[in-house]
Ligand binder design. Structure first.
Ligand SMILES: NC(=O)c1ccc[n+]([C@@H]2O[C@H](COP(=O)([O-])OP(=O)(O)OC[C@H]3O[C@@H](n4cnc5c(N)ncnc54)[C@H](O)[C@@H]3O)[C@@H](O)[C@H]2O)c1
Length: 252
């Protein structure tokens, strides 16, 4: 970035769920680079502290909380603490997500419920907790993690596909409800991005994913962080209710 270029998230308070690792952490780094205050929210205290320390030692503004997106009481406490310490919430990135894959015939109720709880109800929980503060402020940007699997489905991912389709349903609904109040709501649909979430995927499936992308490679977390920064910032000020695919053209 050139010296005189305005930073896109200058002093914006940005809650990012599931941000101790992977795409969430890369997004927190990008938001700090853009002048934002990245609020790391994740499950494990040591990982949260490590992420915050890394951001701060690179010169970023950051804070961190242990937060489980399935626990509404925990979320309410974190949101109250962020308001107390930082005075407002400008951006919510609903990034936390898990997979528990199995073909329909083998999927257990536990696998189904766990994925719906984190990937779908977690997005509802966090958004419902944050929105009253954005409504009071009359502005805000909410961006949630869907997936190409939320657009096209995927073999062995009944639970994950349902959760990610659901996130798009949330997005188009909330864009209508909240847009008139100054809050934009969008979703991101990543293709296959090199993070821990892919470690359970067999090598031949990963190779298939690379081959299907017209860029002939997996994506990097930083490439998604750029998409989140665009949708979080005023640069996308007339974009509301979209599900932006970032997959190297996997569906073409
Ligand atoms: N990597 C990909 O290929 C890909 C593709 C499409 C969509 N996505 C989505 O992007 C998001 C980030 O994925 P990633 O690849 O960075 O995964 P990741 O596993 O590297 O990171 C996910 C983070 O979410 C956290 N998390 C899990 N459950 C949580 C909970 N209940 N409360 C709070 N935090 C929780 C984890 O601790 C972890 O830090 C997910 O929603 C995922 O579904 C990823």
């Amino acid at each position: 970035m050139t010296k005189n270029m305005a930073k896109r998230l200058e002093n914006k308070v940005c809650i990012i769920t599931g941000s101790a690792n992977g795409i969430g952490f890369a997004t927190a780094q990008k938001f700090c680079d853009e002048g934002g205050i990245s609020i790391i929210c994740d499950m494990n205290d040591t990982q949260v502290q490590a992420a915050v320390n890394q951001l701060k030692s690179a010169g970023g503004q950051a804070d961190g909380f242990v937060m489980n997106v399935t626990n509404r009481k925990n979320i309410d406490e974190v949101v109250a603490a962020v308001m107390d310490r930082h005075g407002r919430i400008d951006v919510l990135i609903n990034n936390a997500g898990i997979t528990k894959d199995a073909r329909l015939v083998n999927m257990t109720e536990e696998q189904f419920d766990a994925v719906i709880d984190v990937n779908l109800k977690g997005v509802f929980n966090c958004t419902q907790a944050v929105v009253p503060h954005m409504l009071k402020a009359g502005c805000g940007s909410i961006v949630s993690a869907s997936s190409v699997v939320g657009l096209y489905g995927n073999f062995g991912q009944t639970n994950y596909a349902a959760s990610k389709y659901g996130v798009i349903g949330f997005t188009t609904t909330w864009a209508r409800e909240l847009g008139p109040k100054g809050i934009r709501v969008n979703a991101v649909c990543p293709g296959f991005i090199e993070t821990n979430i892919l470690t359970s995927m067999p090598e031949d499936v990963l190779k298939g994913m690379k081959d299907r992308s017209w860029l002939r490679r997996l994506g990097q977390p930083e490439e998604l962080a750029n998409v989140y920064a665009f949708l979080a910032s005023d640069e996308s000020s007339y974009i509301n209710g979209i599900a932006l695919e970032a997959s190297g053209g996997i569906s073409l």
